[in-house]
Design a binder for this molecule. Sequence first.
Ligand code: GLP
Length: 241
Amino acid sequence: MKIIRAKDYKDMSRKAANIVSAQIIMKPNCVLGLATGSTPIGTYAQLVEWYNKGDLDFSEVTTVNLDEYKGLSRDNEQSYYYFMKENLFSKVNINPERTFLPDGMETDSDKACSDYNRLIANLGEVDLQVLGIGHNGHIGFNEPGTSFEAETHCVDLTESTMKANQRFFESIDDVPRQAYTMGIKTIMQAKKILLLASGEDKAQIIKEAFFGPITPQVQASVLQLHNDVTIVADEAALSLI
Ligand code: GLP
């Protein structure tokens, strides 16, 4: 595992964007696994800036996102599809038909999950998977206790995750209670993993996940078993290690 120390959020975003852009330059038709949340916003903004300068070309890139809220449509401002469109897809020359997220509007959870598993399998390998990390160690929406063998599944979000995500909604009652997420098994199959963390509030979980025991109670700890993980984190997030 490689840990890249960044000064602050801006520096983390720039360093992470460097890794993503290197992937795109080395393999223009790569498959990128993408994440939402506040943490990667700066990374996406940096990629857009380099695209605008003419340094990056997304025309052959395919993307698969980790997760989507169940019950939110693509035009709902809180959906992860909308997030991706706002922060990246609408700002670069990516082919919208090659950008994939689980279908939040599919009410049949088994179907939504098996469709997404099939789609990922058909794409072949994910070349680079970008991840954030939740305060309880979740990656994607894989909550504590989930089997490391899980593929895409429907999750009942924990109270703490709903609270953390409440800031994007008017009230906690508006936060969806369920989401579809890629499972740990799928995430671990990515060739390379890039995990981003910023801020003092992530310091404790970074310590537990990467310097503590590997346990389903801390989902991100499984990444200790992956052979190509890079963590780009700022000093605040690394302050306990
Ligand atoms: C959400 C997302 C995760 C993300 C996490 C942390 O629950 N499903 O993919 O990593 O939040 O978010 P943030 O980056 O806003 O701290």
